[in-house]
Design a protein around this ligand. Structure first.
Ligand code: AMP
Ligand code: ZN
Length: 108
């Protein structure tokens, strides 16, 4: 937990953000400013700044983020129509929240 991190606060349950899914590793919630009919964020509980900061120990976290994103797409009924999964990395890559998160967008 990083004190000044908005997503650490969310993950920690310090905000009113509703989780669509939660397990020991991660949480899933709706993006507050959706760019698609379905726009979810898959967020690890561990504070990791960005993809640049991943270590060997984080391999399982990233793998789980992707498989849960796949499961959430199915739950949201966008599996067969299709969707995008992406990470923004650092400012030049469009990252504005410096706590790792995977975007799931689709439903057009
Ligand atoms: P990124 O540009 O990859 O850092 O994406 C950060 C995303 O977090 C943006 O799409 C924001 O709309 C979203 N966001 C920021 N604050 C919140 C919040 N409190 N709850 C849900 N989504 C948020
Ligand atoms: Zn954080």
């Amino acid at each position: 937990m990083k004190d000044d991190c908005q997503f650490c606060k969310i993950v920690n349950g310090d905000t009113s953000t509703q989780f669509l899914y939660e397990n020991d590793t991660l949480v899933v919630f709706k993006d507050i400013n959706p760019h698609a009919p379905v726009h979810l964020l898959i967020v690890p509980k561990k504070h990791i700044r960005s993809i640049n900061d991943l270590t060997q120990d984080d391999k399982n976290i990233v793998s789980e983020m992707i498989t849960i994103a796949r499961d959430m797409a199915k739950k949201e009924s966008i599996s067969s129509s299709g969707y995008k999964l992406f990470f923004n990395v650092e400012r030049g890559g469009g990252q504005i929240i410096f706590h790792l998160h995977l975007h799931l967008v689709g439903g057009w």
